[in-house]
Design a protein around this ligand. Structure first.
Ligand code: NAP
Length: 247
């Protein structure tokens, strides 16, 4: 493995994470591709000449074992593992799903960050949190996911303040609507019809590569340039509720 420019991407087995691993590799990074589905990350790692490492961000034992395998010289962590489960009104919400969303998007991202932070500081590194425009405010049925992503944003924001005198940058990348294969399917528990409706009539939702490109760009900037937060949406989505749908 290269002695310089080593990145960790969590949730690299699909969607934005996989695209980010490819984009970073294209820019010369050696990428540690992390996720629970090892078959997928092994395939990706062999494609991009990276490293596959099993990781469940919700499991402290898994995170400890994972961190032992990450090279000391790591200088970029992309906290991408996460997602939404369910979209029911608060009155009917399954709180088990809320616990999973918080465990993954908030506590999981923080757990991995804590474990790698000393190395990221030592290597003048960067931490990207892939939050969401869901963190900007609530929408109907979004309390659990919006809350989790807002909490993840607070972790990024607090860390930027806490580490101002340390050589590490903390970034919040907030995508709007991104058509990935699994995000909506996971949210609606495999209901493909409901998942398809999310993107129905939207001319061009973002694709994973669009978000990956913003992360690649952030990681390419000089050490004194800190992109605090980057919001990226499809042109057809002016705000969470303002989406142009045709047909
Ligand atoms: P995705 O295709 O469903 O990918 C989610 C990734 O997270 C998968 O690789 C999954 O891998 C990994 N993951 C889930 N739980 C994990 C765990 N406990 N430990 C380790 N990895 C875990 O979704 P996506 O659309 O690419 O979304 C990626 C990120 O962007 C998420 O944080 C999501 O909230 C955020 N986002 C998405 C959108 C959108 O519209 N798609 C918009 C804004 C923000 P395994 O199952 O193999 O572990």
């Amino acid at each position: 493995m290269s002695a310089t420019r080593t990145a960790v991407v969590t949730g690299a087995s699909s969607g934005i994470g996989a695209a980010t691993a490819r984009a970073l590799a294209g820019d010369g990074w050696t990428v540690v591709c992390a996720a629970r589905r090892v078959d997928r990350i092994r395939e990706l790692a062999s494609e991009i000449d990276g490293v596959a490492a099993e990781l469940d961000v919700t499991d402290p034992t898994s995170v400890r074992a994972f961190v032992d395998d990450v090279p000391q010289e790591v200088s970029l962590l992309v906290n991408n593992a996460g997602g939404a489960f369910g979209q029911e009104p608060v009155a009917e919400a399954d709180l088990g799903q809320w616990e999973r969303m918080y465990a993954t998007n908030v506590i999981g991202a923080t757990r991995v960050t804590q474990a790698l932070l000393p190395r990221l500081i030592a290597n003048t590194g960067q931490i990207v949190f892939v939050t969401s425009t869901a963190a900007d405010g609530p929408y109907e049925g979004g309390a659990g996911y919006c809350g989790a992503k807002a909490a993840e944003r607070m972790v990024a924001g607090a860390m930027r303040l806490e580490l101002v005198d340390q050589p590490v940058r903390v970034h919040d990348v907030a995508p709007g609507m991104v058509r990935t294969e699994e995000f909506a399917l996971t949210r609606y528990d495999g209901d493909a019809e409901r998942a398809a409706k999310v993107y129905e009539g939207v001319a061009e939702p973002l694709v994973a590569e669009d978000v990956a490109e913003t992360i690649r760009w952030i990681a390419s900037l000089p050490r004194h340039v800190d992109i605090d937060r980057l919001t990226v949406r499809p042109r057809a989505q002016a705000a969470q509720h303002k989406v142009s749908r045709q047909g």
